[in-house]
Design a protein around this ligand. Structure first.
Ligand code: THU
Length: 140
């Protein structure tokens, strides 16, 4: 998995963020075992609480494309408009960790999550971000 390419895809995805309320633009990129990359950006709403995070949008796109596993790596980048990638690394919110876990657990992978910041890129396993996760396996 090409880390720089995945981060570049996430950065590009952030350019499509619809975030007129927070002005905080986020891009996420998911890398799959078949070589494909699925991206997402945050989608806000005038009813603020309905906002969809970039990672959740990416998971939704991937599932709608038929993905049911094979998730190998994730890159997340964000920042105020014009400053995407500046500042501290962006880590996925709790809901997004759970959304990512669904695809990961379906394919029995524990993807790397690259959280991009200005001076460092955190590299974490999803299992570190969401230990003892509840997932589809629990319902078997
Ligand atoms: N956001 C994401 O897209 N992903 C995260 O993991 C954290 C937050 C978005 C939601 C909202 O549009 C903006 O960032 C500010 O919270």
């Amino acid at each position: 998995m090409d880390k720089d390419a995945l981060i570049a895809a996430a950065r590009h995805a952030a350019t499509a963020a619809y975030a007129p309320y927070s002005n905080y633009h986020v891009g996420a990129a998911l890398a799959f075992a078949d070589g494909s990359i699925v991206t997402g950006s945050n989608v806000e709403n005038a009813s603020y609480g309905l906002t969809l995070c970039a990672e959740t949008v990416a998971v939704g796109k991937a599932m709608a494309d038929g993905k049911r596993g094979g998730l190998q790596a994730v890159a997340v980048i964000g920042g105020k408009a014009g400053y995407v990638g500046a500042g501290d690394p962006v880590t996925p919110c709790g809901r997004c960790r759970q959304m990512l876990n669904e695809v990961a657990q379906l394919g029995n992978t524990d993807p790397l999550v690259w959280c991009v910041g200005e001076s460092e890129v955190l590299e974490l396993r999803l299992s570190e971000l969401l230990p003892r996760a509840f997932g589809p396996g629990a319902l078997e």
